[in-house]
Design a protein around this ligand. Structure first.
Ligand code: 2P0
Length: 323
């Protein structure tokens, strides 16, 4: 069997997933909604090897233990589904700053699931592929599809899947990724959400917040109302981070840079520019803006945050077989 290579893009959640009701199956407490991004992606190829153990490579080097272990669990799951015992070579190239809150596990496990779909000739449709990717990482469920994607939280393995709700073609929405740090985060998403679920007194209101934000976001997408999309996304992201601030012990992924940037975006909006933030499990910020304001906003960020790396992103496509 030849190499089978698949490319999947990262996604940014506009309505966040933060908490699992079933950690084994990775069933979330609530639906989430994301936008797939064009600039950050993972390419993964897999092939059967005649050896006792799997070989896991990341960016042309043997993968670090934590990464390799997580991949290996996923390979075990897929082998079990296919009644196989064969060792596999996995070669992953990550065009995403790994573990900096930029959802590299999303594109990573989506690409791996896609590649294994071909390797084992499973012939899964995209919905079923999103269920498979979920076993690797929650946010990977959404990276199977392009544009705006909804992940239905579901109540068992088969009912927790993603689907594209709008391809975002012609949508004049742009994203500027502001990376302050590409260091791995101190608290993994998996651990952070566990701590928020089990100790934040505000967690009980989170599903209601998400439900309201999701309904409003679906409406805003339908109306192509960028101002509302940005506002709802920012409010939802801040509500998610409030769960961490109110966990016991409290924690936060924000740094001073993150907070400073949030206040700068406020000033930009007061001057009439479209600029909202969404933030994942790290200090970095994704600024939601429009095609017409993007050049000004990016220049502003470049001048005021010279320590950061800014990248201009557009809505991106779903998973693709590349070899
Ligand atoms: C999201 N994040 O909706 C949320 C918002 C980060 C903040 O999904 O434990 O790597 O593997 O299911 O998917 C990142 O967490 O967590 C994430 P696991 P995942 O995008």
């Amino acid at each position: 069997m030849n190499n089978t290579q698949t490319t999947a893009h990262t996604n940014i959640a506009l309505i966040k997933y933060w908490g699992k009701k079933d950690s084994q199956l990775r069933l979330p407490y609530n639906d989430s909604l994301s936008l797939t991004l064009d600039g950050y992606y993972t390419t993964t190829s897999t092939k059967f090897i005649d050896q006792a153990d799997d070989q896991i490579w990341l960016n042309q080097k043997p993968a670090p233990l934590a990464f390799a272990t997580r991949v290996q669990h996923f390979l075990d799951y897929v082998r079990q589904l296919n009644h196989s015992k064969q060792a596999i070579l996995v070669q992953t190239d990550n065009h995403v700053p790994t573990a900096a809150g930029l959802a590299s596990s999303a594109s990573g496990f989506a690409a791996l699931a896609g590649s294994l779909n071909y390797l084992f000739q499973m012939h899964l449709d995209l919905k079923t592929l999103s269920i498979l990717a979920r076993h690797g990482s929650g946010s990977a469920t959404r990276s199977i599809f392009g544009g705006f994607v909804r992940w239905y939280h579901g109540h068992d393995d088969q009912s927790s899947f993603a689907e594209e709700i709008d391809g975002a073609d012609q949508m004049p929405l742009r994203i500027i990724s502001v990376v302050f740090s590409d260091q791995p985060k101190k608290i993994s998403s998996t651990k952070g959400m566990q701590q928020a679920v089990s100790t934040s007194p505000f967690y009980r209101t989170w599903p209601t917040t998400v439900q309201q934000d999701l309904t409003a976001m679906l409406q805003a997408i339908k109306q192509r109302d960028l101002e509302q999309i940005g506002l709802i996304a920012q409010n939802n992201a801040l509500a998610m981070h409030a769960l961490n601030w109110t966990a016991r012990p409290a924690f936060s992924y924000f740094t001073m840079d993150t907070i400073h940037l949030l206040t700068s975006l406020n000033e930009l909006r007061q001057k009439g520019y479209l600029a909202y933030a969404t933030i994942d499990a790290g200090p970095n910020v994704k600024v939601l803006t429009s095609t017409s304001d993007a050049a000004f906003v990016q220049q502003y960020l470049y001048q005021n945050y010279p320590q950061a790396t800014t990248t201009f992103l557009k809505p991106g496509p779903g998973i693709k077989k590349t070899v």
